[in-house]
Every structure is written in C-alpha cells, then in structure tokens.
Design a protein around this ligand. Structure first.
Ligand code: NDP
Length: 296
C-alpha cells in the first residue's frame, strides 16, 4: 500500500504547535509580527501574499502587507525594508518574489535584517544553513523535512535525489538532507537541466524530491519499487475549468504511485507546508528577538 501524504493534515498539526508557541509569547506580552512586501509580480504573487496574510490572522500573527508601485526605483524598496528592520513590532520580513527587473534581487535579500529573514535567503542565513548551524530553514525544504518526519520517513542512509538546484528549493533541500542532524544524513545527488541520464539517477534513489517546474516530468518508469517521492512542483496547465487552467505537480502521480512507498501529491502536499513554515519561522524570529523561549 502506498502512503499518500496529506500535506494539509501535517500542516495543521504543525500549526497547532505554532499556536501553542504564540500563546507562550502572548503570555509574555509579545505578539509575533510578519511584514510582507509586494512590489510587482503577477496575479500569483498577489494571491500568495493574501494567502500568507490570511494564514497569519488564523494563528494569531500580526500580518501586514506593504505594497510598492513596481515602477518605483529600487531605493523605495530599500527604504521600506530599512523601516521594517527598525520596527520592533515586526519580527519577520518577507519580500515577495519576483521583483521588477530593475531591482537587484541579491541586494534586496542582503538588506533584510538577518534576524528577521524568515525566508532564510539572507547570505548570513544561507551560510549558517550550509555550515550546519541553521537559524531559519527556508520554508519549502523545511516543510518537506517535517512532512517526511510525519510520514515516518528517516532519510538517514538513504540515497536521495533532488531534482532542481534553485536557491529556494533545490539547494537548501539538498543541504538539509545531507546535514549531520535529524532529518538529514542522506547521501544526496542534485540534478538539473544539464544532468545526463536523469532516469538512471532517480531509479537508483530511495528518496526523490522533484522541484523542476515541469508538469508531470517524473514518471513511474523512472522510479524503483518502494521509493519515497516528494512533489514540489506547482505548474499551471491549460484546462477546461473556470479559470482556464489547473495546477499540477512535477510528478505524474498515477504512474509514480504504482512504484512509491510514500508519495506527496501536488496540489495538497508541499504547498500547505510552505506557508505553515513561514508562520513557524516568524514565531522563531519573535522568540529570538524577544528572548522569550518557546517550544517548536
Ligand atoms: P526554478 O525554475 O528556479 O528551478 C528549476 C530547477 O529545475 C533548475 O535547477 C533547473 O535546472 C531544473 N530543471 C529544469 N528543467 C529540467 C529538466 N528537464 N531536467 C532536470 N532539471 C531541470 O524553480 P523553483 O525551484 O523555484 O520551483 C520548482 C517548482 O516548484 C515549480 O513548479 C514551482 O512552482 C514549485 N514551487 C512550489 C513551492 C510550494 O510551496 N509548493 C515553493 C517553491 C516552488 P538549471 O538550474 O540547470 O536551470
């Protein structure tokens, strides 16, 4: 029997822990605050921002959104970030990507106070993660670690293949899986668009994390019996629906399920975990900044 991970259920149980931690902070007079900055992007960006806002409200985080006209110069964004860095009521800052072309992304990520960098993309936090002393684990791979733990999958000793090497998913996922720590200790191979014979890599894997952004690219014939499969992909494909599209993952769910021992679907898998881990990191940030210990 293949175990299909219910990302919503795992996310809800992590949110219970987050709520309990918020209660402990509130008891000491601390309300965690998250500021999201939106400068441009597409409909998807605006939707993600409002989903994050709703999720904050739902657990008791003070969520605010700052919108900047995408035609403004980069300095307008820097000023907003500087103000948020100085605001003691704001514990976490998230700058929604993508940014307009004239705004240098690396500059922006470095501008956020590393103690408020709940995305974990500031070079200091990336360095801490790589050196094995993470402060904020990036939300998507962190959520996957939680999902695996909830499904009783321990990556220790496994041959893990990560498909994709982006800064936000592939690289930090590979790092977390290879850490000498709980949820790590795997032997990790990272694949990308220049990888030769990808199927040979995935067929030899015990665990595959697919984060390529190619609809249903990973098929059952590329997997061995008993593989654990995590689908990060969230792709819009044309469909005869009200919106004219539907969301699908990077994994061909039906054929992969025939081979997998454990599989996360998309939608309904990693997606709900990502926002949940943002809440988790915001609470961690509030705890670090206020000195109030919480259990997470
Ligand atoms: P990127 O486009 O930044 O990275 C994609 C990676 O996949 C790159 O490393 C690229 O290689 C590699 N790749 C592309 N095509 C192939 C191929 N044919 N064979 C092997 N590797 C390939 O994407 P992201 O990491 O940002 O996102 C990946 C997917 O995950 C997307 O569908 C995205 O929507 C989704 N996502 C979902 C989240 C969630 O919360 N559920 C959060 C974040 C992302 P190269 O480096 O050589 O170009």
């Amino acid at each position: 029997m293949t175990h299909v991970i219910d990302g919503n259920a795992v996310a809800e149980s992590v949110r219970d822990d987050v709520r309990a931690a918020i209660d402990d902070l509130e008891a000491e007079g601390v309300t965690p605050g998250l500021a999201t900055v939106l400068m441009g992007g597409d409909d998807g960006s605006a939707t993600y921002v409002s989903m994050k806002q709703r999720a904050c409200e739902e657990v008791g985080i003070d969520g605010t959104t700052v919108e900047i006209d995408p035609d403004e110069p980069a300095e307008a964004l820097y000023e907003v970030i500087d103000d948020l860095n100085d605001d003691p009521a704001v514990h976490g800052i998230l700058v929604q990507m993508p940014l307009p072309d004239h705004v240098p992304k690396r500059e922006v990520l470095s501008r956020v106070d590393p103690l408020k960098d709940v995305d974990g993309f500031h070079p200091e936090n990336v360095g801490r993660l790589v050196s094995g002393n993470p402060r904020f684990k990036p939300c998507t791979p962190h959520g996957i670690q939680k999902m695996l733990a909830a499904a009783d999958v321990d990556p220790e000793g496994m041959d893990a293949v990560v498909l994709g090497r982006s800064e936000i998913v592939g690289k930090p996922m590979a790092n977390l899986l290879m850490q000498k720590a709980d949820g790590g200790n795997a032997t990790v191979t990272v694949c990308h668009s220049r990888t030769r014979d990808l199927a040979e890599k995935t067929r030899n894997a015990d665990l595959v994390v697919a984060a390529v952004g190619r609809p249903e690219m990973l098929t059952g014939d590329m997997l061995s019996e008993g593989t654990v499969v995590i689908d990060v992909g969230t792709n819009r494909v044309d469909a005869d629906t009200e919106k004219g599209y539907e969301l699908t993952g990077d994994v061909d769910f039906e054929s992969a399920k025939q081979k997998a021992s454990v599989i996360s679907p998309s939608p309904g898998g990693v997606g709900p975990m990502t926002i949940t881990m943002l809440l988790y990191n915001t609470v961690t940030a509030a705890s670090l900044q206020s000195g109030v210990d919480v259990e997470l």
